[in-house]
Design a binder for this molecule. Sequence first.
Ligand code: FRU
Length: 516
Amino acid sequence: MLSFAFAAAFVPANGQQDTPYQEEHRPQLHFSPAEGWMNDPNGMVYFDGEYHLFYQYYPYATVWGPMHWGHAVSKDLVHWEHLPIALYPDKHGLIFSGSAVIDWKNTSGFGDGTTPPMIAIFTYHNMIGERTGRQDFQTQGIAYSNDKGRSWTVYEGNPVLPNQGVRDFRDPKVIWHEASGQWVMILAAKNRIQIFNSPNLKEWTFASEFGKDAAPQLGVWECPDLFPLTAEGSTEEKWVMIVSHGGGGPNGGSCTRYFVGDFDGQVFTSDYPVEQVNWLDYGKDNYAGVTWSDIDAADGRRIFLGWMSNWQYATKVPTGSWRSAMTLARTLELASTPTGFKLLSKPVAELTKLRGEHIELKETTIAGKEEIEMADAAKVELDLTFDLENSDSKSFGVELSNAKGEHIRISFDPASSLLIVDRSNAGKMAFSSEFPGLHYIPYGIDMKGGLTELRNSMKWQLYFDNSSLELFVDDGAIVVTDIFFPTENFDRIHLFAFDGAAKLKGGKAYQLNGIW
Ligand code: FRU
């Protein structure tokens, strides 16, 4: 895994190899590295008109290797510009996941007197320590930039947070806690979250732990996040904690869940037991996602992005010179429901910029298959509203397919109240036995409005790219992200209803323009 054997093959001068971004399976709507291996999004921070996206990056191969922080920026969360690699492994170790903040008050003293410094806070993974059987080989370090993230200085006092002997001690997310006037770091410590405080980002004091009594039903804790949100129509500020887990997802493998509760700057208390799992995404391909720091107060959004893969097969997916893409950026909102606060994920409004020609889908009854004729079915947004009350089909939904009979199908089965994504015949799958199959998503328990029985229609907002789908149900109450690899791009879209008819109240099908 940690071989440098590929080092000579490709040395990226600027993080971007000359590629037209038109290779087989290359996402056209999503961020992917020009070449090499990518996993988690890191250091997401907004500053001076730019959304920064750093990411776990191994430039010398398409499998995981010694981690760097790759870097890209966007002015609109949709189009990306590649920048040189920001952080390289150093004497303390590889650069694992972490976050970035703007130190507005220059508490760190790293500022140059003109602009507030951008500070990256990340995990050092010391390979020698790991190989020699130590437990304390993951520590936290910081680096700073005074030129909008273009160049970085690693702090000579690193590590700023040593390890007390916890094997998995990583992925710091740092926030400024306004009410208590201090920095807060939350990180994943094996099977729990640990919280630390600091006045200056250099000296950290242990504050509390969260989740340590949880039954170990899910894999190792990774990549946490913590932020405040207020539900529409409420005045109560709540705190949302996001945690990714190395296994045990709703459809297998890597997964991400969230808690809603309260936070006083030191201690997080969840509104519900740690055993109760709220999935941030029901698909298999949204991992290690966190949110942007320092979004302008005037904007006020909480914007999320995840890694669109799953450790079960991430290193084996059949892409060429690069591996993995990120999800679309999503706005997270809180909804107050009869069963407590729920997190909603919605595609960011900026994505509407990609819309080209569209087809108006009139109210209609579907029985069998109806084609939606798009010029390019591999770059499409579908917004559909189904009439649940007046549908008696046992299975209805959307199918993408090609002339080879490969297809990906998203359906709703009213009898079981399940949404189902079927990628069991979606093209290339032999690379992993964990890849093909049906993904089941319970419709109802997570609904914005409470119980399914109360609802008479269901809204789907669907984004299809060459090799991925993202489904947002009922304004983001349920999200499903799944990747696929047809041997020929899908070029047809059908609405279908089997065993009866389904009523479509209406909708739109947008051709989308690619981002590269
Ligand atoms: C999550 C993760 C993190 C770690 C990084 C290493 O995917 O395992 O916990 O920091 O990837 O690349």
